[in-house]
Design a protein around this ligand. Sequence first.
Ligand SMILES: [Zn+2]
Length: 112
Amino acid sequence: MLERPLTSGERVMLFNIFGWSIPYDDMTVDINDSDDGGVGNSITPAGVPYMSRLKWRGDYSVLKDEDYQIQGTFIHEIAHVWQYYHGYPSVLGLSRLRSKVVLIMHLDMTTD
Ligand SMILES: [Zn+2]
């Protein structure tokens, strides 16, 4: 558990995409240290992104050029946060039990 609030840079970055449609003050980011769905899998159950251990960063707004895919994964997971707050459950949001089947489905959708 490395749960943290959004950084000020992340708020600026995300505001350019999501505007006022998500509650930045209430949001946190955590790490998926359970290896659910594989070591490289990031998941967002119930509106909280759990970034894979391989993609965990302290600030997704400050990245080296080669980390753009990691930033892309973060923004992808924030889209699931948007879904959570707007009543469109993500695949994972449907299952707080985090069944392996559901996690594998999520992995398949985000492996490119
Ligand atoms: Zn996804």
